[in-house]
Design a binder for this molecule. Structure first.
Ligand code: DC
Length: 251
């Protein structure tokens, strides 16, 4: 599989029908709370190992963005469920350029606003929303595995619900303060995003996200509070190489 083909997972087909046994791609699950560094870490691991990358949080965000733009009351579960299938979400899996489109429009910027961040937990807590998006996430992961590329998927429930058979599972943590500092740095364009406000909004999101946060019992916890990004990436790459010994998947 070439790198460019890996970036267009929507059109990749599996190895079914070939005479040689299919290669199996590695799945690495990276879960953890907001601001723990999941995205930079997961992308860095994907680059280091030549795997695809899936940001499942971006899917919940993209749906929420679409609902807000269409004035759907995100606090009303029935209204959200009714509209759920209308937006067409496209998710790219190239770690160097993880595009996310809704109805053909690039929404990678708009889905990161505070407005979306403050509304997304309620949308992600609706069981029908989860069922719908988890099916898509499993499909994307399944294609990556079937094509022999493998994938690093990040979220809240990857190792426990979305891909419970992933051979490498990581749960990334960091102190509340460090997580809020990272979030504030991400929101430099928003003058209202002071460290104090970010900390308060983060605490509220943590509470709302808690029911969706399903940490796998066999996940390796990495506390990233005082680790550099390259150190965290190095730990996960090391875990993946350890687990590779004697297994069928390739990196
Ligand atoms: O990781 P993030 O902040 O971009 O996630 C956005 C929201 O989606 C957050 O409220 C948690 C939720 N989420 C989820 O419920 N399950 C996932 N697998 C990923 C994200």
């Amino acid at each position: 599989m070439t790198k460019s083909a890996a970036s267009t997972q929507e059109t990749v087909v599996g190895d079914a029908g070939r005479s040689a046994p299919p290669r199996q791609g590695l799945v690495i699950a990276v879960d953890g709370p907001a601001g723990s560094g999941k995205s930079s870490t997961a992308r860095g691991v994907a680059r280091a190992l030549g795997l695809r990358y899936l940001d499942t949080g971006a899917m919940y965000r993209a749906l929420t963005w679409w609902l807000l733009v269409h004035d759907i009351d995100t606090a009303r579960d029935a209204a959200v469920v009714e509209q759920l299938r209308r937006p067409v979400l496209e998710v790219g899996t190239d770690p160097d350029s993880p595009i996310i489109r809704v109805d053909g429009a690039d929404v990678s910027g708009p889905i990161r606003t505070r407005e979306v961040s403050n509304a997304v937990s309620a949308v992600a807590s609706i069981p029908q929303v989860r069922e719908y998006l988890i099916a898509q996430q499993r499909d994307i992961i399944g294609r990556a595995v079937g094509a022999g590329d493998g994938i690093v998927a990040e979220g809240r429930d990857i190792g426990s619900v979305v891909a419970p058979d992933a051979p490498v599972k990581v749960f990334l943590t960091a102190t509340e303060e460090v997580r809020a500092q990272r979030r504030t740095a991400d929101l430099t364009a928003d003058p209202a995003a002071t460290p104090a406000i970010t900390l308060r909004e983060q605490a509220r999101r943590d509470r709302r996200d808690a029911p969706q946060m399903a940490r796998a019992a066999d996940a390796v916890e990495i506390n990233a509070t005082s680790l550099r990004l390259d150190e965290v990436i190095g730990e996960i790459v090391g875990l993946a190489r350890e687990r590779r010994t004697g297994s069928a998947w390739t990196t």
